[in-house]
Each structure stands twice: as C-alpha cells, then as structure tokens.
Design a protein around this ligand. Structure first.
Ligand code: IPM
Ligand code: MG
Length: 373
C-alpha cells in the first residue's frame, strides 16, 4: 500500500484502568511506526472507559464515548477494573462499561487465539512438548447467554433471605451467527471445529448443539465438526491441547476456557483478542480489539506490565478490520523475534534473563520492525 492512497482509519483508543494506559502507550508506538512508514494513517481519539470514566463522569461508559465507538473504524481497548471500584453498585462498576460496549456495538463474536510463541514454550506451566507449536482459536459468543439473560437480579424473599438469579438463554439466530464465524475461521485454518456446551445438563446447550450441527450440515459440510461438554473441554485443554483447532462456545464457558487456554502460552500478558459484529451492507463491521488480560492493579503505574498482548491486538486490528495481513504478519513476526532474542518483561522472564519494562519492550518491538521492514 503506497503512502499516497493510504486511507485514514478512525480509531477510538480506550486505555481504561490499571496498566491500561501503559500498555496502550506501547501499542501507540507500533501504530506510529506504521504511520512513519506510510503503511497506515490513523486518526486516534482518546476517551475513558471503566473506573477512569466513573471517576470523571460518574458512569463507566458515557453515551458520548459509546457514540464515538459506534462511529469509529475500530476501537482499541486496554483493560478495565481495579480494587478502587470494587464496592460500587453493580451498574456503576467498570465491567459494566465494557459489557455495555460489547452489547450496544453488537460484538457477538470474540476471537481469542492461544498461540505458543516458540521462544516461550518453556515458560508454560505445562510440559514443553504438550504446548510447543500450539495454535488454537477460541470463538466466544459475546453478547448473549448468562451475561445478559433476563430475568436477573437479587430479590428479597418474603420469609427473609434473598434470591440471586441469572438466566442462560440462547436463540437460533444467536447461535448461528457466531457459529458461522467459527466455521469460516476453521476453513481458513485446520478445518476442524469443536463446539462446546453442556447439553447433558442445560436445554440451552441442547439447542446450541442442534443448531451448530444443522449449520454444519447445511453450510459447512467440508469442516470436521465435533462436540464436547465444557467440563471435559477444560480437562482436554490441559491434557492434550493440540487436539483443538477452532473452539466455539458460549459467553460464560468462553470466558473460562480462554483464561485456561491463555496459560498454555506462558502468560496471559501475551494474548490479544478481537470482538466483531456483523458486516453491514457496505461491508463495514463494528470491531473492538483488546488484550485478554485484565488491569492488573497490583502492578499498575510501575512501568513493568507486558505490552505484547496490546501490541498483538493492533496486529489483529490490521488483519480483521483493515484487511492488511502484511502489516499484521510483520507485527507478529517482530514480537516473535524480540522474544527469541530473550527480551522479556517480568511475567515471561526465565532464569538467566533480565526483565525489562513496558516502554523498553515496546521500543524493542519497534526496533525489530525497523529491521524487518
Ligand atoms: C473478559 C473479562 C470480562 C468478561 C470482564 C472484565 C467483564 O473477564 O473479557 O474475559 O467476563 O467477559
Ligand atoms: Mg475473562
């Protein structure tokens, strides 16, 4: 892509809480490098989400920020939450800001790749031969299920005591649209899809299994489809993770299984994610990119957080929102090379290596990009 016809991408950057601003700064360095080489043009707007938004505006997501997110070509979000806001009412908590963004932008498909970087295979808590070369993709349904189901709430019981309730609910359409994303991804990868639910206990799981099976037969007969109960899947992910290619599952199981899978890779500080909506008639697709990790309040402000998940989220943005696979590949390769050179932040440091800080890690990636380009 030549510099003259490079389109301007409108990005909303939401640094959020905790280590968010630090890792976002790392991502911005990589974006600036892309711009300096004429490989992209970004028009970045910064705004607040989570606890930072609550402190400034009394709500974890303002209507203005939501409107900006809906207009942007892509949203980059770092992470939200912290002890400071733990005692707030439920609807004011940082998490509500993120959940509202997902829901209102209709980001129903959450792609969470778990890739073991060759240089980090020994940093995994699992035996090296179990994880080396691992490359799985978890597709998590993100706008339905128990996260949003009604009725929900905590209610007083007449005789004293209370009743807490959440509802796990899925419809045919919700299952099919996320299923399609997963089948299509499988086609571009190893052509195998494992659908995960608990059809042995839950009606929503029975429906999930039936709809995914029907979808496979009707539209993706070439993709090898299997089914697994979620508890067994959790076990299989640590027992023999390389049996999986793409996993598709609901909101809650996807939340759990993606944290689990992240630890195969050495550190949750390494994993990016993409949350995608449906494409409209013009091919425009709502998209939000964020690391899988949280805001790590225990190390916030110290400049030691790992910015690689945030940087790899930029790579996913280039690939999925802007169809610039070459730039995505380049960023991913730079990260691989930096790790191979033994450059590490504290979360992935190994004996004999020295841990560097967030800025230094981002600078190392940019320097490597310079060498590769
Ligand atoms: C995630 C997080 C969120 C979730 C929290 C912060 C609301 O754990 O993105 O996995 O539960 O979805
Ligand atoms: Mg989670």
């Amino acid at each position: 892509m030549s510099a003259t016809n490079t389109p301007v991408r409108n990005i909303l950057a939401l640094a959020g809480d905790g280590i968010g601003p630090e890792v976002m700064a790392g991502a911005r360095k990589v974006m600036s490098w892309l711009e300096s080489k004429g490989r992209a043009k970004f028009n970045v707007t910064d705004s607040l989400v989570g606890g930072a938004s609550y402190d400034a505006h009394g709500t974890p997501l303002t209507d203005e920020t939501l409107a900006q997110a809906q207009k942007a070509d892509a949203v980059l979000l770092a992470c939200i939450g912290g002890y400071k806001w733990d005692q707030l009412d439920y609807d004011k908590r940082p998490e509500r800001g993120l959940l509202r963004l997902r829901k209102e932008m209709q980001l129903f498909a959450n792609l969470r790749p778990a890739i073991v970087q060759p240089a980090l295979a020994s940093a995994s808590t699992l035996k090296e031969d179990l994880v080396s070369g691992l490359d799985i993709m978890i597709v998590r349904e993100l706008t339905g299920g128990v996260y949003f189901g009604e009725p929900r709430g905590i209610f007083d019981l007449p005789g004293g005591g209370r009743r807490g309730i959440n509802t796990q609910v899925y419809t045919t359409d919700e299952i099919k649209r996320v299923g399609r994303v997963a089948f299509e991804l499988a086609r571009k990868r190893g052509n195998r899809l494992c659908s995960v639910e608990k059809a042995n206990v839950m009606e929503s799981g029975v429906l999930w299994r039936e709809e995914i099976t029907a979808l496979g037969k009707a539209e993706f007969p070439d993709v090898e489809l299997s089914h697994m109960y979620a508890d067994n899947c959790a076990m299989q992910i640590v027992r023999r993770p390389k049996q999986f290619d793409v996993i598709v599952t609901d909101n809650l199981f996807g939340d759990l299984l993606s944290d689990l899978a992240s630890m195969l890779t050495g550190s949750i500080g390494m994993l990016p994610s993409a949350s995608l909506g449906a494409a409209d008639a013009n091919g425009r697709q709502a998209a939000l990119y964020e690391p899988v990790h949280g805001s790590a309040p225990d190390i916030a402000g110290q400049g030691i957080a790992n910015p690689l998940a945030m940087i790899l989220s930029v790579a996913m943005m280039m690939r999925y929102s802007f169809n610039q696979g070459a730039e995505a590949d380049l960023i991913e390769k730079a990260v691989r090379n930096v790790l191979a050179a033994g450059i590490r932040t504290g979360d992935i440091v190994e004996p004999g290596q020295k841990a560097i800080g967030t800025d230094a890690m981002a600078d190392a990636v940019v320097a490597e990009l310079g060498k590769l380009a």
